[in-house]
Design a protein around this ligand. Structure first.
Ligand code: KIV
Ligand code: NA
Length: 275
């Protein structure tokens, strides 16, 4: 099937649910793509789940490109979106520079940035430059210091009104879809009805046009903490630990490698070298 483009994702609103997942390298990209994802985000969450940082703030543009390149090699069908890291799009100029590198060097097909009305000049400039933009409102983890932690947003009537305005603003600026993170389902429902672009929820209930989760959360590969909005569809962390412990046992007992894993010399060569 043909690769999925940003306009294809946009046209899925009201038609079928949009399945999105993060991935960070060649092998996770292959797995997410083969599973049938419509969109694969190389999220700056890799700062936490892959690089071991406390939050998403310290991953660099160069590090992101390294992972976007690897992921792009594995994904043949889904739309690959590169997540622009903290402060890499704080001006229109920087946004164009980062976005251009994500496409040109990383081979992403679109970029994501966090924010609503405040980042509309960047969304407009990127879109006009030919770079599709996925926006992200609600709990925007790059603003964790301002929020005082990873806390649900939009719980008041006023905050919900602001979220609706932000979603409408990013749509008007040209975004092809918008992530809604950690907001009440009622707010997500109002926002989804208020815009013509798809809403992609993570912790926004079952009313958005699509869903996204972090790969390591979904597969049980990250257990420093699990947000309420995550469902673990497997326990691969536990399974991996068990498998590696069996490997250690077999090495220590001398039962690995076995016959099947061993190379043997031809008989005639062996007799010559042993004589
Ligand atoms: O970085 C990330 O993984 C994200 C998604 C959770 C939307 O921004
Ligand atoms: Na992110």
């Amino acid at each position: 099937a043909a690769p999925i483009s940003a306009p294809v994702i946009q046209a899925m609103k009201g038609d079928s649910k949009i399945c999105c997942m993060t991935a960070y390298d060649y092998s996770s990209g292959i797995i997410a793509d083969a599973a049938g994802m419509d969109l694969v985000l190389v999220g700056d969450s890799l700062a936490m789940v892959v690089l071991g940082h406390e939050d998403t703030l310290s991953v660099t543009v160069d590090e992101m490109i390294h992972h976007i390149r690897a992921t792009s090699r594995g994904v043949k069908h889904a739309l690959v979106v590169g997540d622009m890291p903290f402060m890499s799009y704080c001006t229109v100029e920087r946004a164009l520079e980062t976005g251009g590198r994500f496409i040109g060097e990383g081979h992403a097909k679109a970029v994501k940035l966090e924010g609503g009305a405040s980042v509309c000049p960047q969304i407009k400039a990127l879109t006009e430059a030919g770079i599709p933009v996925m926006a992200h409102v609600g709990l925007t983890p790059q603003h964790v210091a301002k929020f005082g932690g990873f806390k649900a947003q939009g719980k008041s009537a006023e905050a919900t009104k602001t979220l609706i305005e932000d979603a409408q603003a990013v749509e008007a600026a040209g975004a092809f879809c918008v992530v809604l993170e950690a907001i009440p389902v009622e707010a997500a429902e109002l926002i989804t009805a208020a815009v013509d672009i798809p809403t992609i929820g993570i912790g926004a209930g079952n009313v958005t046009d699509g869903q996204i989760l972090v790969y390591h959360d979904t597969l049980g590969l990250f257990d420093r903490f699990t947000p309420k909005f995550v469902r673990r569809f497997a326990e691969l962390g536990e399974e991996s630990r068990t498998a590696l412990a069996r490997y250690c046992d077999d090495v220590r007992r001398g039962t690995f490698p076995g016959d099947k894993n061993t190379f043997y010399m031809p008989e005639d060569q062996l007799s010559q070298v042993r004589k």
